[in-house]
Design a protein around this ligand. Structure first.
Ligand code: AMP
Ligand code: TRP
Length: 364
């Protein structure tokens, strides 16, 4: 009876995407990829590698291509079984940019200019002094900034609409995202509602799924900042492909504090972070670890954690090396993924086109 139920009921659809940028960190693993792997059984899962988004700050073409394959290899090595989910490159599926255009025409420019990530990116490009913000949050460029503005491409501004299209094209129920993507997801929900209201109910309003544990692994060098792929400090970030020796050195030099008690607390961000990583990997709750380490020193925590991280990552690293050497297999994963994604995308996009009023194409 139970089996029949699960056969007949369609599984909720999960979609998430990530840019193909370099190597995954232990933060990506604990806060994202590992949780996705846990969802494969009970959901229909789509994982997009968003190469179209990546060219908003264009990498070298050869690097971009290689990054896409590295991304698939890392996902599979981390447990995203390609037989149980659809992994695809965004550029392989027709419909993302098409739907993005339809949604662009429902999006006021001001809304995009107010997005936090857009403002941050503009600031990072070095235009802090050149821009001022008017009271409605719109960015105005000064004379000096007007020149600089030429290098802020429209893709950066329209990025959240493409992201909304990525989600709505599949009518996803749940979207696993990090805290930093919540605002983008909110825009996606608004656009879905706006479309449904203007035409008729078409889109599922997607819910964000932000994991409770491991959602914020901090830098080992500065535990008040999030661990990130692009940290300049060479010992700040644990990458999932790090060798045991690198893992040992990074954890040994992780910033702690001048006390000696092993306890998770906001005034002990370094120790808290190490305990959270331990807990994420060992599955033991933090209070239990505090008991376990009671009376022991930071050195013991660090050496136990080093062992745990090395043990967890060793099979991932081995599997990755096998996968990255087999380009044909990686291509076949993307090809199967794109086929499934395209099928679902076609259905939704034709519905949207019909509702918008584009004439039906007759085929001979
Ligand atoms: P990014 O590395 O920013 O492309 O993020 C990809 C995914 O990993 C998102 O779901 C992020 O929320 C998650 N993520 C990135 N860094 C961390 C971190 N330090 N701790 C937990 N999750 C993270
Ligand atoms: N903007 C997301 C990030 O930078 C990546 C992304 C693109 C995404 N499209 C998406 C995430 C659709 C979830 C759903 O992390």
């Amino acid at each position: 009876m139970k089996d029949n139920d699960s056969l007949s009921k369609p599984k909720p659809v999960i979609l998430t995407c990530a840019q193909p940028t370099g190597m995954l960190t232990i933060g990506n693993y604990l806060g994202a990829v590992r949780n996705w792997a846990d969802m494969l059984q009970r959901h229909e899962c789509y994982f997009g590698i968003v190469d179209l988004h990546a060219i908003t700050t264009p990498p070298q073409p050869a690097v971009l291509r290689q990054n896409v394959f590295q991304c698939v290899a890392q996902y599979v090595a981390c447990g995203l079984d390609p037989d149980k989910c659809h992994q695809f490159a965004q550029s392989h599926v027709v419909g993302h940019t098409e739907l993005a255009w339809v949604l662009t025409c429902l999006t006021p420019v001001g809304e995009l200019q107010r997005m936090t990530q857009f403002k941050d990116k503009v600031a990072k490009l070095g235009f802090k002094t050149a821009e001022t913000e008017s009271t409605d949050g719109e960015i105005k460029f000064s004379h000096e900034g007007a020149r600089a503005q030429a290098s802020i491409n429209a893709g950066l501004l329209c990025y959240p609409v493409l992201m909304a299209a990525d989600i709505l094209l599949y009518n996803a129920d749940l979207v696993p995202v990090g805290e930093d993507q919540r605002q983008h997801l909110e825009l996606c929900r608004d656009l879905a509602q706006r479309f449904n209201h203007q035409y008729s109910k078409t889109f599922v309003i997607p819910e964000p799924y932000v994991p409770k544990t491991g959602s914020r692994i901090m830098s080992l060098a500065d535990p008040t900042r999030k661990m990130s792929k692009s940290d300049d400090h060479h010992r700040a970030t644990l990458f999932i492909l790090d060798e045991p020796d690198q893992i040992r050195k990074k954890i040994a030099s992780a910033v702690t504090d001048s006390e000696s008690e092993i306890r998770a607390n906001s005034d002990k961000p370094g120790i808290s972070n190490l305990l959270i990583i331990h807990s994420g990997l060992s599955g033991r709750p933090v209070p239990e670890l505090e008991d376990h380490f009671s009376g022991k020193g930071y050195g013991e925590l660090k050496s136990e954690l080093t062992e745990l991280v090395s043990e967890t990552l060793a099979p991932i690293r081995t599997r990755y090396q096998e996968l990255i050497a087999d380009r044909e297999y990686l291509k076949s994963i993307l090809s199967r993924g794109a086929e499934a994604a395209q099928k679902r995308a076609n259905k939704n996009l034709s519905k949207v086109y019909r509702k918008v009023g584009f004439p039906e194409r007759t085929r001979k």
